[in-house]
Design a protein. Structure first.
Length: 140
């Protein structure tokens, strides 16, 4: 019985991890960043609607912003950030936590894209707070 549960867990973990590969990517050009940001946002809205029809992102647009990552509710825009043009304190934080520059760049995309998206859409109190802090990292 333990073998079956272990195998099932392994298969599910592999499936979930391979299904998310487009979400966590380091980009080398801003056009691909924006295009994928739009595509991922539409797909994410569709998946959210399947889970809870009350959560609506109202089709936010993606744009490149030096001071990203953040969500601007006043114009319904997800501001995307570039690693090499981000404030130094963003970089320092990611490099220190991840243990090196290369790992810091990857963490930059993973952290802001993964954790912030889930936290701010659902909110810690279970209330829809919008989508804030989404980020896709660009490499140098």
């Amino acid at each position: 019985m333990k073998s079956i549960l272990s195998l099932l867990t392994l298969v599910l973990l592999f499936n979930f991890s391979s299904a998310q590969n487009k979400w966590f990517e380091v980009y080398s050009d801003s056009t691909a960043l924006i295009n994928d940001g739009e595509e991922i946002t539409k797909d994410f809205q569709k998946k959210l609607s399947e889970v809870d029809k009350n959560i609506d992102l109202k089709n936010p647009k993606s744009q490149y912003n030096l001071m990203g990552p953040f969500y601007a509710p006043e114009n319904n825009t997800i501001n995307l950030s570039v690693w090499n043009l981000s404030p130094q304190w963003y970089k320092d934080f990611c490099i220190e936590v991840a243990g090196g520059k290369e790992q810091g760049e990857k963490m930059f995309g993973l952290f802001f894209n993964g954790i912030f998206a889930a936290d701010y859409i659902i909110g810690l109190d279970g209330v829809n707070n919008g989508i804030e802090g989404v980020n896709f990292a660009l490499e140098d």
